[in-house]
Write a protein that binds this ligand. Structure first.
Ligand SMILES: Cc1cc2nc3c(=O)[nH]c(=O)nc-3n(C[C@H](O)[C@H](O)[C@H](O)COP(=O)(O)OP(=O)(O)OC[C@H]3O[C@@H](n4cnc5c(N)ncnc54)[C@H](O)[C@@H]3O)c2cc1C
Ligand SMILES: *[C@@H]1O[C@H](CO)[C@@H](O)[C@H](O)[C@H]1NC(C)=O
Ligand SMILES: *[C@@H]1O[C@H](CO)[C@@H](O)[C@H](O)[C@H]1NC(C)=O
Ligand SMILES: *[C@@H]1O[C@H](CO)[C@@H](O)[C@H](O)[C@H]1NC(C)=O
Ligand SMILES: *[C@@H]1O[C@H](CO)[C@@H](O)[C@H](O)[C@H]1NC(C)=O
Ligand SMILES: *[C@@H]1O[C@H](CO)[C@@H](O)[C@H](O)[C@H]1NC(C)=O
Ligand SMILES: *[C@@H]1O[C@H](CO)[C@@H](O)[C@H](O)[C@H]1NC(C)=O
Length: 802
């Protein structure tokens, strides 16, 4: 599996570089030594040369003897000898490229280009002496002053074109540096983790820790400071998953990158404009500056397109290499898209002002008959709408349709941009920018298909051709769906932190797919057994609601259906919790699905170590104990997990689970309640209580409302979920479990555990999966309690959204 991805990644890189090679130098740049040759085109191209090529710009310039003798005479008179070869080569290149004619070389006119012959040519002082479009029937030489003036105009034009290219590539350089930094950092982290992820048990059963942290060096201290102040905390604590005025708030490190890019872009859009009075192309200063600004922002906007595509797909080489989360990439994706859109708008405004300040107002309106022009206008409008709809205000209202609108508009955008720059050679804009986007996009879609085929179709020894089978059960009182999938391919290596996208292909909207975290799985004991993957789903409005309807329509008490489902995955986000000495898992509501697999992973690793018991046997985890705090609003949910996945783990000395029942329900008899219900609201501090934050602590009523909207809670009927899933081992409930009433004081537990590792060389991992405000507050407290001289605590979160 991993191998096949590496192979595909290599193929994609090869494909990408192949397009770049084929494209040659992107953007239409003219090198300084070539400028002089184009001055000849600028001057002599203004006139008519009666004959075969009359009225044909490149035909005359490249083939007409009168035009050619004039150009060569001026070129050899005024251009520096060091510029001759490059100037001649760009003239030939443009003749071929734009005019599709050959440039007749100067050697054909040797006789007319001797010193004497040139000296004998008439000299024309300026364009005032020979009005534009006059017919020229005999060669002439331009004057020195006419040449100098045109040379300066040509220079600034070419200079701006070069600047556009350099600044566009500066954007690639910026993100190149960021990505290389991410990859190096990921490599270092992986190397360190591979040395920290296990311990040895010696003969006496005591534990030897290799690579014990010791005194952290300068590098370790710097990393600790970066984690405490930059990488972990939000830019506006505690807002991270929670929206602030409808906006996503990135971490400080993400903000730093994004703001830097805004600043770099702003500076590069504003510097190095040069106007020339009486420019031969544009006349006054205003149209020149508008035009240069418009060209630059337009090109830089194109340059941002491949970047924003690089930060989009779910199958993404850079996502794997940097180890950054999809959420981080998504923040970059959105901000690059906003910048590209602003640049597109500036490009449109710039061209509008250019036309009117230059006095070309009539052409401005006529241009709407031209496809390239109108395509550009439409592209700017589309781009603005894509960005507008992506603001969370619209995204949340559109959600079911957001993705499809986003994709359709993006396709249209690429098509219109293609026609917008189709007037240029393909290698200038369409290959390097538009085609690259298509390749990146195609790569993601192709890998999705590969993953689907790999998981959903398989030939198994003794069983023949297999497809994926699934059962979906709806537990009405609980309002929860359990999706049990038997993938066709049993070799999927399920593990914690994985998620899969689920499709229902036989529907009209069969391409629609939804991500779910793998909550539970059962490994086949023998090769003949099936692998079961289980997802716990809280129904929303869209597809999940339709599933609920289908289950209900099936009726009966079981409400189980067996729809055709396809899964695509696994997408891995396995956090290295096993490299920490202690783990604190915090779950709110259905977030339990995201953390339980880590607890089970811990137990499996300990068991593996025990199975290999002996002198110097390796235990593949460094962790000594795990604390799980879980709050839910329904006792049935607590019971479902406590008697299901957690059964048998609750009495272990190395696992400390505390269940918290929030909401109005009170622990029933048979479940030991720790607090008395009457004291719930006073002891249950709301999770924001102890945080110095701009949020005022919420009252219990508000907190309840929050919980309703944020917590994906499983309101299950008693044991309902488990009874249907007979594939899983049913464990005898070990005489009940302790439930505390009211919200857990998660923050003080975090503080207490954080203090307990202070000044030791032990490390603590805190992982949260739950409501946004819970996750954000824990993140904030973790950052506050990090030590400054070593990486004592790490914060991880599993979020059901991005
Ligand atoms: C990595 C990840 C893991 C998840 N794990 C679980 C889980 O284990 N259990 C669970 O109950 N829910 C989980 N979710 C949330 C789940 O994907 C959504 O609840 C589900 O998609 C809702 O679909 P809907 O059509 O019924 O709802 P809609 O009303 O259409 O959408 C409601 C919400 O669903 C989410 N959503 C829908 N489609 C997508 C999509 N293609 N990509 C990303 N988000 C989408 C959006 O956040 C949206 O706000 C997870 C989400 C993510 C991103
Ligand atoms: C220039 O030459 C062309 C082609 O020979 C002719 O049609 C046109 O009338 C001439 N223009 C002038 C102003 O003489
Ligand atoms: C080049 O020189 C020859 C001979 O001197 C002359 O006949 C011819 O017209 C010249 N060609 C041009 C384009 O001036
Ligand atoms: C220009 O090109 C010719 C051959 O194409 C070569 O002989 C000459 O040295 C070149 N001159 C310069 C200045 O590069
Ligand atoms: C958990 O493990 C840590 C590190 O080994 C240890 O310091 C701590 O005392 C343990 N806590 C419990 C409750 O066992
Ligand atoms: C278990 O964790 C709770 C806090 O959640 C703590 O009060 C309790 O002392 C812990 N028990 C053990 C045995 O570590
Ligand atoms: C609730 O607990 C507090 C202390 O935590 C105590 O002072 C108070 O009397 C208790 N209230 C009731 C109703 O038990």
């Amino acid at each position: 599996m991993i191998l096949s991805y590496t192979g595909l990644a290599a193929a994609a890189v090869a494909l990408l570089s192949a397009t770049t090679v084929q494209a040659g130098t992107p953007l239409n740049i003219v090198l300084p030594n070539q400028e002089c040759g184009l001055v000849m085109f600028d001057i002599y191209g203004e006139y008519g040369y009666p004959g075969e090529y009359y009225d044909d710009y490149y035909g005359s310039l490249c083939q007409d003897p009168v035009a050619l003798v004039s150009q060569y005479a001026s070129l050899f008179t005024y251009c520096k000898p060091s510029e001759w070869n490059d100037s001649l080569s760009i003239m030939a290149q443009w003749c071929k490229g734009y005019g599709e004619v050959d440039l007749i070389p100067y050697t054909e006119f040797e006789a007319n280009l001797t010193k004497e012959a040139i000296a004998a040519l008439p000299v024309i002082e300026s364009e005032d002496d020979l009005p534009e479009d006059s017919n020229v029937t005999a060669p002439f030489l331009m004057s020195q002053s006419w040449f100098d003036h045109a040379r300066v105009s040509e220079h600034w034009y070419d200079y701006e074109q070069r600047i556009e290219a350099y600044y566009t590539f500066a954007g690639f350089g910026f993100w190149g540096i960021i990505l290389v930094f991410g990859m190096v950092q990921n490599l270092i982290r992986k190397t360190i983790e591979s040395r920290q992820g296990f311990v040895y048990a010696d003969a006496e059963g005591s534990v030897v820790r290799p690579g014990s942290n010791g005194k952290p060096g300068v590098f370790g201290r710097a990393a600790a400071l970066a984690r405490k102040y930059i990488i972990t905390p939000s830019s506006m604590p505690p807002y991270k998953q929670q929206r602030f005025l409808g906006c996503t708030i990135p971490t400080r490190a993400e903000s730093f990158v994004v703001i830097s890019f805004y600043i770099v872009t702003l500076i590069l859009s504003c510097v190095n404009y040069h106007g020339q009075a009486d420019n031969i192309f544009f006349g006054g200063n205003a149209p020149q500056i508008w035009r240069y600004m418009a060209d630059r922002t337009g090109t830089m906007s194109y340059g941002n397109l491949p970047l924003l595509w690089i930060f989009s797909g779910r199958n993404n080489i850079f996502l794997w290499l940097t180890g950054w989360s999809f959420g981080t990439f998504n923040i970059f994706h959105r901000h690059i898209a906003r910048i590209a859109t602003l640049q597109g708008i500036m490009h449109s405004i710039g061209y509008t002002f250019y036309y009117f300040t230059a006095g070309y107002g009539d052409y401005y309106y006529e241009n709407y008959d031209e496809l390239w022009w109108t395509a550009g206008v439409v592209a700017t409008v589309i781009m603005s709408f894509v960005v507008l709809f992506s603001f969370s205000f619209f995204r949340q209202r559109l959600y079911e349709n957001f993705l499809i609108i986003h994709i359709v508009l993006s396709v249209l955008l690429l098509v219109f941009l293609y026609y917008h720059t189709n007037i240029f050679d393909l290698q200038y804009y369409n290959y390097p920018f538009i085609l690259t986007c298509c390749v990146i996009w195609g790569f993601d879609r192709f890998l999705r298909l590969v993953r689907q085929v790999y998981t959903n179709m398989h030939i198994r020894a003794g069983k023949g051709f297999q497809t994926t089978k699934s059962t979906v059960t709806y537990h009405e009182a609980a309002n929860i769906l359990t999706i049990d999938v038997v993938p066709a391919n049993p070799n999927l290596f399920p593990g914690p932190g994985q998620h899969y996208y689920i499709y229902q292909p036989m529907r009209f909207f069969g391409w629609e797919n939804h991500p779910f975290t793998l909550a539970h799985w059962s490994q086949p004991a023998t090769p003949a057994d099936d692998l079961h993957l289980q997802f716990w789903v809280r129904p929303y409005d869209g597809w999940t609601k339709k599933l609920v309807k289908q289950c209900k329509a099936n009726g009966g008490s079981t409400a189980t259906i067996a729809p055709t489902l396809l899964i695509e995955g696994p997408y891995l986000a396995h956090e290295p919790l096993h490299t920490f000495d202690q783990i604190l898992l915090v779950a709110g509501g259905s977030g339990i699905a995201g953390v339980i697999p880590y607890l089970q992973d811990y137990v499996r690793r300990i068991d593996q170590g025990a199975a290999a018991a002996g002198t110097n046997s390796k235990i593949p985890t460094r962790t000594r104990n795990v604390t799980l705090i879980w709050a839910d609003r329904k006792e049935e949910n607590l019971r479902f997990v406590a008697e299901g996945s957690l059964a048998g783990l609750l009495n272990r000395p190395d696992i400390n689970v505390s269940f918290h029942l929030t909401g109005n329900a009170q622990p029933s008899a048979g479940v030991a309640a720790v607090n008395t219900a009457a004291n719930v609201s006073s002891t249950a501090s709301s999770s924001t209580d102890n945080v110095e934050s701009p949020v005022t602590p919420v009252g219990e009523a508000e907190a309840e409302a929050n919980e309703k909207s944020n917590v994906h809670d499983f309101t299950t009927e008693k044991g309902g979920v488990l009874t249907d899933v007979t594939a899983y081992k049913k464990q005898a409930s070990a005489g009940g479990f302790r439930v505390q009433a009211g919200r857990p004081d998660v923050l003080s537990t975090v503080r207490k555990l954080a203090q307990s590792v202070h000044g030791t060389d032990s490390r603590l991992a805190v992982m949260v999966c739950g409501p946004n405000d819970l996750a954000d507050n824990v993140r904030h407290v973790v950052a506050q309690n990090m030590e400054t001289n070593r990486e004592s605590i790490s914060y991880f979160e599993e979020s059901f959204g991005w």
